[in-house]
Design a protein around this ligand. Structure first.
Ligand code: ATP
Ligand code: LTN
Length: 325
C-alpha cells in the first residue's frame, strides 16, 4: 500500500499528534511504501514568523526521526521543495465548487480564530492537501479524526477529476487509530489538544520532566472522585485514562481497577511518571539530532528526489488528460 501523511511545521509536536497520527506512521513504514511530509505551504495559511519557518522545518524533521521514522523505510521531505504540490492544487481548484471549501470545519474554526487573516489560502487549504495525497496516488492517509473531513473531500475531488478527464487518481481512505483519534486539551477537555490553539493544555512530546509533571498535575479534572472512563460526563479524567492506556499498553478497565481506591492526585502522579519515562528516549534523541543539521538536510534532499519522481510522473498524466500538454 502507498501511504501519505503530513504535519505543519508550526511548533513542537504534542502527544495528540503522536497518538493520533505518528505512532501509526512508525508502524506502517515497516510494510508499506510511505511518504511523510513537512507541509510548510500549509503552515503559511495562518499567522507565522518567516524568520522561524526554516528552523521549524528542521526541528520537525528531527522530531520525525526522533520518534522512530526511518529514512531507509520511508520518504521524508519538505512539501514546498516539490513544486508539483502547488501546481496540482491550482488545477484541483478549477474543479471544486466554492461551497465545498466554505463548508470545511477547519476553515470555519481558523477563520473565527484569526478574523483579520482569512486569506484565500486558508480556504484553499484542502485543495493543497488533496494535491499532496493524490500526487502520490496514496491508498491510505493516517491522521487524527479532525482531518477526516479533508480526506473525504479529497476522495470527492479524485472522483470528479476521474469522471471528467479519465482515470488518473486513486480514491484514498482515511486511517484513524483504534484509540487516540482525538486527544483532548489538558486544560479544556472538551476541546482538542492543539499546538497553536492552546499551548497550555498541550503536552509536548519532548518536554522536560518538570514541565510534564506540572502540566499533568494541573490538568483539569471533573467533579466527583471516581477514576472512571466516561467521556460524556467525565471528559477530564477520561482523557487522562486514555493517555495512560495508550502509553502503558494496559486496557482502560485494568487501570480503573488499579486506581479504584486512589485519588485523582495519586493517579495523576502515576501518569506523570509514566509519561516522563515513556517520553525520555524521544527527548534525548531529538536533542542529539538537533546538532546534526547536515545529516537531516541530506535526508530531506534524498526524500525530495524520490518524491519528485513520483509527483512529476502523476503531473504528466494529469496534464495530458486535461489538454495542458
Ligand atoms: P495546529 O495547532 O498548528 O493546527 P495541531 O496541533 O492541530 O496543529 P496538526 O499539525 O494540525 O496539529 O496535526 C498533525 C496531525 O496530528 C494530524 O494528523 C492531526 O489529525 C493529528 N492531531 C492533531 N491534534 C490531535 C489530537 N488532539 N488528537 C489526535 N490527533 C491529533
Ligand atoms: N491538514 C493536515 C496536514 C496535512 C496532511 C496532508 C495530512 C497537509 N497535507 C496530507 C495528511 C495528508 C493537518 O494535520 N492539519
Amino acid at each position: 500500500m502507498r501511504i501519505f501523511s503530513g504535519i505543519r511545521p508550526t511548533g513542537e509536536l504534542h502527544i495528540g499528534n503522536y497518538l493520533g497520527a505518528i505512532k501509526q506512521w512508525v508502524k506502517l513504514q515497516q510494510e508499506n511504501e510511505c511518504l511523510f511530509s513537512i507541509v510548510d505551504l500549509h503552515a503559511i495559511t495562518t499567522p507565522y514568523n518567516p524568520k522561524e519557518l526554516q528552523k521549524n522545518i528542521l526541528e520537525l524533521a528531527a522530531e520525525y526521526l526522533a520518534v522512530g521514522l526511518d529514512p531507509e523505510k520511508c520518504i521524508l521531505f519538505v512539501q514546498s521543495q516539490v513544486k508539483e504540490h502547488a501546481e496540482l492544487a491550482w488545477i484541483l481548484g478549477t474543479i471544486t465548487p466554492l461551497g465545498e471549501l466554505k463548508r470545511m470545519t477547519q476553515f470555519k474554526e481558523k477563520s473565527k480564530k484569526h478574523p483579520d487573516y482569512v486569506n484565500a489560502g486558508l480556504l484553499n487549504y484542502p485543495l493543497l492537501m488533496a494535491a499532496d495525497i493524490l500526487l502520490y496516488k496514496a491508498d491510505l492517509v493516517p491522521v487524527g479524526v479532525d482531518q477526516r473531513q479533508h480526506v473525504e473531500l479529497t476522495r470527492e475531488i479524485a472522483r470528479r477529476f476521474n469522471k471528467r478527464f479519465g482515470p488518473v487518481f486513486k480514491e484514498p481512505q482515511v486511517l484513524l487509530p483504534k484509540m487516540g483519534e482525538k486527544i483532548m486539551s489538558l486544560q479544556n477537555p472538551t476541546k482538542k489538544m492543539s499546538k497553536t490553539d492552546d499551548p497550555k493544555g498541550c503536552l509536548g512530546l519532548f518536554e522536560e520532566p518538570e514541565e510534564i509533571k506540572k502540566k499533568v498535575m494541573s490538568a483539569v479534572t471533573d467533579s466527583g472522585k471516581k477514576i472512571k472512563y466516561d467521556p460524556k460526563r467525565k471528559p477530564g479524567i477520561s482523557n487522562l485514562l486514555l493517555i495512560y492506556s495508550l502509553f502503558s499498553g494496559k486496557a482502560i478497565e485494568k487501570i480503573e481497577k488499579e486506581f479504584k481506591d486512589g485519588s485523582y492526585k495519586n493517579f495523576k502522579k502515576s501518569l506523570a511518571e509514566l509519561l516522563i519515562n515513556s517520553l525520555e528516549p524521544f527527548r534525548k534523541k531529538r536533542k542529539e539530532l538537533l546538532t546534526r543539521e547536515v545529516y537531516i538536510k541530506e535526508i530531506l534532499e534524498q526524500g525530495r528526489k524520490k518524491a519528485q519522481l513520483i509527483a512529476q510522473s502523476t503531473m504528466m498524466e494529469v496534464k495530458k488528460q486535461m489538454g495542458l500538454f
